[in-house]
Write a protein that binds this ligand. Structure first.
Ligand code: ARG
Length: 458
């Protein structure tokens, strides 16, 4: 029986309209959740004596066999049945007859779809969380193995100060760690059970909502039926978290693309994550990283779509809401793949110590400029004056194409009488790194503490 039959004389939908009316092409993905919800609902109807025991059992058996059918690819999906809810209901009728029509008693698709989406995200967010955990672990191990490698840090993409390479990997770690925490917070808000809200005003059947909550592993009940069927903030909250992950991954990608370039070469990406050119035989291209960076655009786009979808939408349910799904599924799929891919990149990333040394050797000791200013400060000079003095020394060295450590003490003294023989002790990368001895600083003992802390929290 088609739902149109009662209300309309005309059994068929306008042909052009039918091209966008049906969502079964994409919401079939929710079949497990939909069936789980319906099994619980059948039990609740039985508790209310709306279904007899054998009816409840028939429904559950029918639903289980539909689940198998869909999983095995043998389910006859029909566009005319619009969405996953109606496709399953129609099939249940094929299998068990009239009893199937009792399942929807007091229930609305408006609440059913929210239930399905929440159940779906409970699962998807846990999957993403696990993948994120594996990536965090890979970053932690990479940091641990590269504690003693000293690289230039960059601001404005210009050489700044020496840091441990571990410090950079742990910077990536922290950004992604926050997203993992965000996922945890999100899951607490997600586990709110909407069934019993009806179409908008709440169920009239005295359905046992607490029972449904337990059955479906939710943690609380929605407290307002209007809100329950209207809201999609849980979807854009999740998409925001995925976008945040992607933004970080796109920045890591950019870092690794730059620093594995022919000119810099601090890193190499493993061959199986690179491609070559169809024309230029010498090329080793970082396409894996470029695609991570590129896909961040569509995930950010999906977030903008759902927010725009919700803006100004009148309460409560409107069919516009059907448009919440494709973007979400796309975001889930791409986030899952890309986190795994970045994990592979991090694991396989080759650190080229000799190329890092070349960069340091070519840096003319300018990475120590701040250390030189600090040297003068320790001898009583105001920082601004020290900054000016060292700035002038750098200019002097640039004009003569000299390294800072090659200038004579006399040359230094021209800029400040505070310079002494021990000024040359400044030009020591490890010492410079270890001078940044503050919580969160790059001093190796601080990073070691941080690694221990991370090991505990991982
Ligand atoms: N396919 C619909 C959606 O995704 C399910 C709910 C339909 N409800 C309705 N009253 N037409 O939102």
């Amino acid at each position: 029986m088609a739902i149109r039959e009662g209300r309309f004389e005309e059994p068929l939908l306008n042909e052009t309209f039918s091209k966008i009316n049906s969502s079964i092409g994409f919401d079939k993905r929710l079949y497990r959740e939909d069936i789980r919800g319906s099994v619980a609902y059948a039990k609740a109807l039985f508790k209310r004596k709306i279904l007899a025991e054998d009816e409840k059992n028939d429904i559950i058996k029918g639903l289980k066999s539909i689940e198998r059918e869909i999983a095995e690819g043998g389910f006859p999906f029909r566009d005319e049945d619009e969405d996953i809810h109606m496709n399953i209901e129609r099939r249940l009728f094929d299998k068990i007859g009239e009893t199937a029509y009792k399942l929807h008693t007091g229930r609305s698709r408006n609440e059913q779809i929210v239930l399905d989406m929440r159940l779906y995200l409970m699962d998807a967010s846990r999957t993403i969380e696990k993948k994120l955990y594996a990536l965090l672990k890979a970053l932690f191990i990479k940091a641990k193995n590269n504690l003693k490698i000293i690289i230039p840090s960059y601001t404005h993409l210009r050489q700044a100060q020496p840091v441990s390479l571990a410090h950079l990997f742990l910077a990536y770690y922290h950004a992604l760690r926050r997203d993992k925490d965000r996922l945890g917070d999100f899951q607490n808000r997600l586990r709110v059970m909407p069934l019993g809200s009806g179409a908008v005003a709440g169920s009239t059947l005295g359905i046992d909502r607490a029972f449904l909550m337990e059955e479906l592993s939710f943690e609380s009940l929605s407290r307002n039926s209007i809100d329950a069927v209207s809201t999609r903030d849980f979807i854009f909250e999740f998409e925001y978290i995925c976008t945040s992950v992607f933004i970080t991954l796109s920045r890591i990608s950019e870092d690794l693309i730059i620093f594995s370039s022919d000119e810099i070469g601090h890193f190499s990406i493993p061959d199986d994550l690179a491609t070559t050119s169809s024309l230029m035989p010498q090329k080793k291209n970082p396409d894996s990283l470029e695609l991570i960076r590129g896909k961040s655009a569509r995930v950010a786009g999906n977030l903008i779509s759902i927010i725009t979808l919700m803006k100004g939408l009148p309460y409560t349910y409107n069919r516009d809401l059907q448009e919440d799904k494709e973007g979400l599924f796309d975001t889930v799929d791409n986030t899952a793949i890309v986190i795994d891919l970045m994990k592979e990149v991090v694991k396989g990333l080759i650190v080229n110590e000799s190329r890092i040394k070349v960069t340091l050797d070519k840096s003319k000791d300018f990475l120590f400029a701040t250390d030189l200013a600090d040297y003068l400060v320790r001898r009583g000079m105001a920082f601004r004056n020290a900054h000016r003095a060292v700035g002038s020394i750098v200019r002097y060295a640039v004009e003569r194409d000299k390294d800072l450590s090659d200038l004579s003490l006399e040359e230094y003294r021209k800029y400040s009488p505070s310079f002494d023989e021990d000024v040359y002790e400044v030009f020591d990368y490890l010492k410079s790194v270890n001078n940044h001895d503050v919580t969160g600083g790059t001093a190796l003992n601080r990073i070691k503490d941080e690694l221990e802390r991370i090991e505990e929290e991982l």
